[in-house]
Structure formats: structure tokens, C-alpha cells
Design a protein around this ligand. Structure first.
Ligand code: NDP
Length: 253
């Protein structure tokens, strides 16, 4: 119960990696606000325990983020732990990428993390303990073919985290990025379906293709990412700051 009495916020907490982190934080005693656009998914996770609190909030909507996070803080206290996890993964060959494609990804994956972290930090007292974590990707540390906008957005998230760790240096808040390889979540299911549709492979073959892209040639499971997040939130990790934690079965960069 290391986090009893603390308020945590997890964007994209209704599914996949965010859901796993939210459940782990609640198990560790935190009151956890879970956000997303899909109210039904959030309600289903909230039904799993009394410390999980759903909040419909689109991370691309500045007013909604500022209003939503302020309301959550008013209800449950300052956001001591913030997991900026909401993201989308779309791919296209660079030559076919439109500005609208580019902006859609940046709005969610980069603007969304900026807005979330800024609004969460605004709830903390100046000397308040905090753990700010963004879910980047291996695409934040190396470029992924066919995913220019995704790679750029996830590199941007790491730049944001590193700069914040410098700006808040010496205080009780740390800033880190998690960089998973391919994880068994709805994003990978959707991407495997898209690959299957474009290549004539079966969805199972397409999933295997993604699994083999991980260094240990299997898909990660969400508890592996949640475990790293919980460690970053622990007292033991109090001097881990401005880091990119690769969880990909081996070295990526
Ligand atoms: P999911 O699709 O399950 O999770 C994405 C979450 O983001 C959803 O809960 C979704 O909620 C939320 N989301 C997306 N857009 C918005 C938005 N505009 N406003 C609010 N919430 C939004 O996949 P994952 O769990 O895999 O993805 C979580 C994060 O992990 C993402 O940032 C992804 O890039 C990253 N990641 C995933 C990897 C993987 O292989 N799975 C590998 C590396 C990184 P809702 O639909 O309710 O809005």
C-alpha cells in the first residue's frame, strides 16, 4: 500500500497499458482517476475496484483537460502521480502522409502529453512529492519504418520529459518516459488487422510479424509495463529522473 492517500491520474486508463498501470496503482493504495473518450471502457475498469474513478476527457481538447484535471484534483487531491499514456499509433508511407494525418497524431501523442503534464503539475504544491511518467515507445528512441508521424511524436515526448527533468531539477518530482516495444494491447490488434488487410497475411501472421520485431521475439504483456511504472513511482526510484526506460526484450538503441 505504498501509495495510500496519493491521487494518481492515468490517461487512456480504460484499456491496454493504461488500464494495467491504473489497476496496479489502485492495488498499491492510490486513488486513481482514469481518463479516456470511451465512457463504457472507463466504467468497466472503474467497476474493478473502489479506488478507480472514471473521467471522460479527450486529451486533444485543452479546455477539457484543464477542467477535468482540476475537477479530479478538487475531488481527490493534487495529482501526485501522473501517467500520460493516451496515444494513437497510425502508419502510412511518408509520401502518402497528409498534414491532417501528421496533426492528428501530434495532437494526441505530443500536445496531449504536454497538456496533461502541465495541468497535473499545476495541482501540486511547490514542495509536493510527484512522479510524472509519459508512455513513449521504442519509436521514441529509434525511427520506425512506415510510422514517421508516430516516431516523431514519441521522440517529442522524450524531449519533453528530459526538458522537464531539467526545469524541476532538485525538487521532489521526477520525470521519466517508458519506451515499450510491441505490447499485446488493442493498438497491436488494430495494427495487425491493418497489416493483414494490406498484405494478404492472416491477422495471426501479422501479429507474429510484430512480435518478432521485439528483441526477444514475443509480444510484451501489459504487466511488464505496469511493473516498470510502479518501480518509477517507488521511493527506490527517487533518483531516477529524465530517463527513457526501454522495455523491449533487449537493446533498442
Ligand atoms: P490502447 O489503444 O489500448 O490505448 C490507447 C489509449 O489512449 C486508449 O485507452 C484511448 O482511450 C486513449 N486515447 C487515445 N486517443 C485519446 C484522446 N484523444 N483522448 C483521450 N484518450 C485517448 O493501446 P495501448 O495501451 O497499447 O497504448 C497506450 C500507450 O502506449 C500509447 O501511447 C501507445 O502509443 C503506447 N505504446 C504502445 C505500444 C504497444 O505495442 N501496444 C508500444 C509502445 C508504446 P479512448 O479510446 O477511450 O479515448
Amino acid at each position: 500500500m505504498e501509495h495510500q492517500g496519493r491521487h494518481a491520474l492515468v490517461t487512456g486508463g480504460g484499456t491496454g497499458i493504461g488500464r494495467a498501470i491504473a489497476l496496479a496503482l489502485a492495488k498499491a493504495g492510490a486513488e486513481v482517476t482514469i481518463t479516456g473518450r470511451n465512457g463504457a471502457a472507463l466504467a468497466a475498469v472503474a467497476a474493478e475496484g473502489p479506488r478507480l474513478h472514471p473521467l471522460e476527457m479527450d486529451v486533444t481538447d485543452e479546455a477539457a483537460v484543464r477542467r477535468g484535471i482540476a475537477a479530479a484534483a478538487a475531488a481527490r487531491g493534487p495529482i501526485a502521480i501522473c501517467i500520460a499514456n493516451a496515444g494513437i499509433a497510425e502508419g502510412k508511407p511518408f509520401a502518402k502522409l497528409t498534414l491532417a494525418d501528421w496533426r492528428r497524431t501530434m495532437e494526441t501523442n505530443l500536445d496531449g502529453v504536454f497538456l496533461t503534464l502541465q495541468a497535473a503539475l499545476a495541482t501540486l504544491p511547490k514542495d509536493g512529492w510527484g512522479r510524472m511518467i509519459a508512455v513513449s515507445s521504442i519509436a521514441g528512441v529509434r525511427g520506425l519504418q512506415g510510422a514517421v508521424q508516430y516516431s516523431a511524436s514519441k521522440h517529442g515526448v522524450i524531449g519533453l520529459i528530459r526538458a522537464l527533468s531539467e526545469e524541476y531539477m532538485g525538487g521532489p518530482v521526477t520525470f521519466n518516459a517508458l519506451c515499450p516495444g510491441y505490447v499485446d494491447t488493442p493498438i497491436v490488434t488494430r495494427n495487425a488487422a491493418a497489416i493483414a488487410a494490406h498484405t494478404g497475411r492472416t491477422p495471426e501472421e501479422a501479429t507474429q510479424l510484430l512480435a518478432k520485431a521485439n528483441r526477444h521475439r514475443r509480444l510484451l504483456e501489459v504487466d511488464e509495463i505496469a511493473g516498470a511504472a510502479l518501480w518509477l513511482c517507488s521511493e527506490a526510484a527517487r533518483s531516477v529522473n529524465g530517463q527513457t526506460i526501454q522495455i523491449a526484450g533487449g537493446q533498442v538503441s
